[in-house]
Design a protein around this ligand. Structure first.
Ligand code: GLU
Length: 495
């Protein structure tokens, strides 16, 4: 049997180090055995999926050397590899489930479901769909469908007993059917949910081992049941421990940069980042901490993956990166490395005109342009002193702007300008006032090149990281405040 594994990211945000971590272990499992590693884009959530995010995921995985044997950009025997191009396939499969009585139409309104949930909370019972529409007759279903009543399709779940399965790393697991909801398989917009699309694709793409994050363990019963309904053999299931912040909470961008592009722009080497991700749960048989992807593949044995919560610690990663920089490059090679990283013609060409305008002598260039190459600017709370804005206001302006900028589909100056102009309008601030804390967060000083141009040039990932850094310098946002601000932000008038 040829081992076939896959990574199935949803293109809904920045390319996450967690995606690379799971991709790495999938790639090692397949390649160690001479198998294939597949990339599939799970973009059924059309409201949140973007082409920009997909492109960044592809670029980041390639940058890390996690290239795939089949998938977008390459093709393969089992394509298309983008779920939005496979809707016809899901439709025929769900029709089969409906015909065989394994799935049913549900016409419940969101009001009814809301009431049901409230009641279940009050009764302290497990919230979930109560099977209301299962009692409709065939005749009633046909009438409602003909009348165009909004509906979803749900899967049937056994009322009693439990689902037992074996996880490659965790051994036997048992989950009672009572705890499993009658999962929606097709949404009101006709798109499949993750659960249906994922199972159908894993089967049709001949995936033999599903290696993914532990947050999916509770979905396994639904997935195995779908395999059973379709009469297919299920792949081997393997759930990796989630990456954690140094304080052991789930790795989150609020506490740690999580975008792969951020690490690239900070000047981490792909070899070091991949090596470090490998260390999350894996050690070489000889205990050596510095190893290449090829060495990891050669020695890989999934049963040696440890289940302890792996901590993604940027300090440790920096230590490892330093070893690579010191040990693997002669000064001559280092010059080339630096040139390729910092002085890429398109990058330099985009920022030089801005600097050229602002220097008197050429020795001013480094000082004025340093923030285009640096990591976080050296700032403190005092840097945000302003005659009109309080520090707390600056913190809020930055946080609100971060939320708005994170929603942008295109990252260019006009889009950034429009987003921040709108924000200024709805927060009743002059644009010049609103931009002040952005100058500090991005360039470390209000006397710099246009901050809108600067954000466009340093890119979204570095911009987000610097804005988050500035919010933290100003004291961060507590959980309580986050909730309050979030509802305030949502109520801001659209301008
Ligand atoms: N699209 C899912 C994700 O974004 C894939 C989960 C899986 O590997 O089954 O994590």
């Amino acid at each position: 049997m040829t081992i076939r594994t896959r990574i199935a990211p949803s293109p809904t945000g920045d390319p996450h180090v967690g995606t690379a971590y799971i991709a790495l272990f999938n790639k090692c499992l397949a390649k160690q055995a001479g198998g294939e590693f597949i990339l599939r884009i799970e973009d059924t959530d059309q409201a949140r999926s973007t082409a920009r995010s997909e492109q960044k995921i592809l670029d980041s995985l390639r940058w890390l050397g996690l290239d795939w044997d089949e998938g977008p950009g390459i093709g393969g025997e089992y394509g298309p590899y983008r779920q939005s191009e496979r809707t016809e396939i899901y439709r025929t499969h769900v029709d089969q489930l409906l015909e065989q009585g394994h799935a049913f139409h549900c016409f419940c309104t969101s009001e009814r479901l809301g009431e049901l949930r409230k009641q279940q909370m009050a009764d302290k019972v497990q919230p979930g769909y109560d099977g209301h529409c299962l009692s409709l007759t065939q005749q009633q279903v046909s009438e409602k469908l003909e009348a165009g009543t909004p509906q979803v399709i749900r899967m049937r779940i056994p009322e009693e007993g439990s689902c037992q399965f074996t996880d490659l790393l965790r051994g036997d697991i048992e989950i009672e059917w009572k705890q499993v909801d009658m999962q929606i398989l097709v949404k009101a917009d006709g798109m499949p949910t993750y659960h249906l699309a994922n199972v159908v694709d894993d089967h049709l793409m001949k995936i033999t081992h599903v290696v993914r994050g532990e947050e999916w363990i509770n979905s396994v019963p639904k997935h195995l049941l779908l395999y059973k309904y379709f009469g297919w053999d299920a792949p081997v299931m393997c759930h990796m421990p989630l990456l954690r912040n140094p304080d052991k909470s789930k790795l989150s961008k609020r506490k740690n940069p999580t975008s792969i592009v951020y690490y690239e722009r900070m000047g981490f080497l792909p070899e070091a980042l991949i090596n470090y991700l490998g260390m999350m749960g894996w050690t070489m048989p000889d205990g050596e901490e510095k190893f290449t992807l090829a060495q990891m593949i050669e020695q890989f044995d999934i049963s040696r993956v440890s289940l302890g919560g792996p901590v993604f610690d940027v300090e440790k990663l920096s230590w490892l990166n330093a070893r690579y920089l010191r040990e693997d490059f002669t000064p001559q090679q280092f010059i080339q490395l630096l040139a390729d990283w910092a002085f890429k013609p398109e990058y330099v060409e985009s920022l030089i005109p801005l600097i050229q305008e602002r220097v008197e002598v050429m020795s001013d260039v480094v000082g004025k342009g340093a923030f285009f190459f640096n990591g976080m600017p050296e700032i403190s709370e005092a840097s945000f002193e302003h005659k009109k804005l309080e520090a707390d206001q600056c913190r809020k302006i930055l946080q609100f702007g971060l939320w708005r900028l994170e929603q942008l589909d295109d990252w260019d100056k006009p889009s950034i300008m429009e987003a921040l102009n709108q924000l200024a309008g709805s927060m009743e601030l002059k644009i010049r006032e609103l931009l002040f804390p952005y100058f500090i967060a991005i360039a470390g000083t209000a006397a710099s090149t246009s901050v809108l141009d600067s954000m466009a040039i340093i890119g979204s990932d570095m911009t987000y990281a610097r804005l988050r850094n500035a919010v933290n310098v100003l004291g961060g946002v507590s959980k309580k405040e986050q909730k309050r601000w979030d509802s305030e932000y949502r109520k801001l008038p659209a301008q």
